[in-house]
Write a protein that binds this ligand. Sequence first.
Ligand SMILES: Cc1cc2nc3c(=O)[nH]c(=O)nc-3n(C[C@H](O)[C@H](O)[C@H](O)COP(=O)(O)O)c2cc1C
Length: 140
Amino acid sequence: MKNIVIVYGSTTGNTERVAGLIKDELGEAQVINVADVDNAVVKAADLVLFGTSTWGYGDLQDDFADYIESIDADLVGGKDVAVFGCGDSASFPDVFCQGVTEVMDAVQQAGGKLIVEELRVDGDVDDNLDAISAFANSLK
Ligand SMILES: Cc1cc2nc3c(=O)[nH]c(=O)nc-3n(C[C@H](O)[C@H](O)[C@H](O)COP(=O)(O)O)c2cc1C
């Protein structure tokens, strides 16, 4: 069985909830708050999912902002990776889910392999359940 690790940063719980929904769909996976993550666990994974919301004006979620420097070749080089996150396109059309883009850039620069299209959850999580399910299934 694949060792899957989901590392999320979430301020008001939306990205945390999405992480849990993805895990439910995948079955086996470890879900870890980025504020508490042990990189040895990330290194040991066959597949890593990074999730972050976007705050300020196109900024990474605070805990993920503290972590992004850790995304280097030693951590994710050659590894299968997928990225997801929450944002609000109605209020922030020009920087909608910019945090997701930033994490994808970091993964690519570090030599990680983005194996599926990213998931950008727009607004209420409950309005995105089909897209979340499709994203999780694309990883199977
Ligand atoms: C003050 C504030 C700033 C925000 N800035 C952005 C932004 O720049 N881009 C975006 O897509 N969403 C933005 N959002 C929306 C949040 O990303 C969205 O509410 C998200 O679901 C929060 O996820 P979390 O609970 O996992 O942190 C902002 C929301 C607030 C309240």
